[in-house]
Design a protein around this ligand. Structure first.
Ligand code: AMP
Ligand code: GLY
Length: 441
């Protein structure tokens, strides 16, 4: 049996652990709070901070882990893969240097520029407040303002959406510098217009293998309003495209990702692991919004339940540089809705009881993945982050959506909510119409 260490305790990691378990791995899990779903599947668990590289390496040694798969980005930025490799553990995740593709937005933009890779956007980055403010006053286009470093997906503000005046923009830039948000200055990007989609791939440093396309919903409330969150839910279609994305457009996105992988290899910094590409599909094709050095959360919960190939073998082949370019997924649509605590996105109400009837969920042709919930005095309670991801499967998006809603009836608790509109026909139609408008001009 292949002994695999996993790091992370969210819904994304629960989905990864299920897929490893299903494909015969012996899983050893390091996570900061005891995810009950992961606990059930893991041979052993170590409750440690995901940033405590030394403690995790010690556990890996004690367990005799042969391979490791890292869920979240923060430990990648702290060099967990480099430390595990030094301890003789082969990793299906990127080194600290390769993870810069996510941990430094400037690194990503410059890499695309230097190698002439299509899909880049205009950008300018600054580590001085005065120069940054000077740029804001003369910017040639509408801007998106981002801290350069990691902010847990919540540091991005868009002119015309969150920043409604020049003063708003300047105030946010000051805040980034004065509060040290992201820790590495600011990057301004040209605002791209269109519809967003996620293309994730497996990668072994050289070869990529594509996963189905997914669309996430970052805004907290129905109708895509409210603050940006880590993601409230997501869907994928049975043909592995999305209703507003053409096959050639997806192929272009994959070409961009392959070129990034080639460029990193050529630069002596090969990328191993799951690579997440966030694209904005506009009139002249997909533009690169961001790259993450890991699975998306919730997007992992859409693709992993329909993964037909062995996830254990995929991890082993990523780590060993022997990945095949074809990975098989069932021809099923998926709709994932995250049950979150009231107030999530602003200030969560947490510590409330929540109950999942797993039998009822399964009978609805759905899966539930535990996220930020844990047992307290024998009762499952919510933490401040997202609670449980419920994924409905079906032959069409609307069938999957119906199954997801049926399954949600089996998740009950106090002070929780769901964005029910995700995957519903009117929301999808709106996206398709928007795309037609963007294309037609
Ligand atoms: P990120 O954390 O970089 O994914 O950004 C969060 C969200 O901000 C994205 O999902 C987009 O909706 C939006 N966004 C980020 N960068 C851009 C951009 N250059 N143009 C338009 N929207 C963007
Ligand atoms: N769902 C967006 C992310 O994982 O970054």
């Amino acid at each position: 049996m292949t002994r695999i260490l996993t790091v992370g305790g969210g819904g994304r990691e629960h989905a990864a652990v299920e897929a490893l378990h299903r494909s015969g791995a012996e899983v050893y899990a390091a996570m900061s709070t005891a995810n009950p779903g992961i606990g059930l599947r893991a041979k052993e668990v170590s409750l440690v901070s995901e940033m405590d590289v030394d403690a995790i390496v010690d556990s890996a040694r004690r367990w005799g882990a042969e391979y490791a798969f890292i869920g979240p980005e923060a430990p990648l930025g702290a060099g967990i893969v480099d430390a595990l490799q030094e301890a003789g553990v082969a990793c299906a995740s990127p080194t600290r240097a390769a993870a810069r593709i996510e941990t430094s937005k400037t690194f990503m933009r410059e890499l695309l520029d230097r190698h002439g890779i299509e899909g880049n956007l205009g950008y300018a980055s600054f580590d001085s407040l005065e120069e940054a403010l000077g740029y804001v006053r003369e910017a040639p286009y509408e801007l998106v303002v981002k801290p350069v470093g990691l902010t847990g997906g919540k540091g991005v503000k868009v002119q015309g959406e969150h920043l409604l005046s020049q003063e708003d923009t300047e105030a946010y830039v000051r805040e980034i510098f004065e509060q040290g948000i992201g820790g590495a200055g600011v990057i301004f990007e040209e605002r791209a217009v269109g519809e967003e989609f996620t293309q994730m791939v497996f990668c072994d440093g050289k070869t990529i293998a594509a996963m189905p396309l997914v669309q996430d919903h970052k805004r907290a409330f129905e109708g895509d309003v409210g603050p940006n969150t880590g993601g409230m839910g997501s869907y994928s279609d049975s043909d592995h495209l999305l209703p507003f994305v053409k096959k050639e457009e997806r192929e272009k996105a994959l070409r961009i990702m392959q070129r990034i992988v080639d460029a990193m290899r050529g630069d002596g910094c090969p990328y191993v692991g799951v690579m997440y590409g966030q694209f904005m599909l506009g009139r002249d094709g997909p533009k690169m919004i961001e790259i993450n050095a890991r699975f998306g959360d919730p997007e992992a919960m859409n693709v992993l339940p329909i993964l037909r190939s062995s996830f254990t073998e995929i991890c082993v082949s990523m780590a060993n540089g022997t990945l095949e370019s074809e990975v098989n997924f069932e021809k099923k649509a998926t709709v994932c809705k995250y049950v979150v605590p009231e107030g999530y996105g602003v200030k969560s109400v947490s510590g409330k009881p929540i109950h999942v009837d797993e039998r009822g969920v399964k009978d609805s042709d759905a899966v539930a993945y535990y996220a930020n919930v844990f047992l307290k005095d024998g009762v499952l309670v919510t933490g401040p982050s997202r609670s449980v991801g419920v994924v409905g499967l079906g032959d069409s998006i609307s069938a999957a959506e119906g199954n997801c809603e049926k399954a949600l009836e089996h998740v009950n608790g106090e002070a929780i909510r769901v964005r029910h509109d995700i995957g519903r026909p009117h929301v999808i139609d709106r996206r398709v119409e928007h795309m037609l408008k963007v294309r037609g001009g």
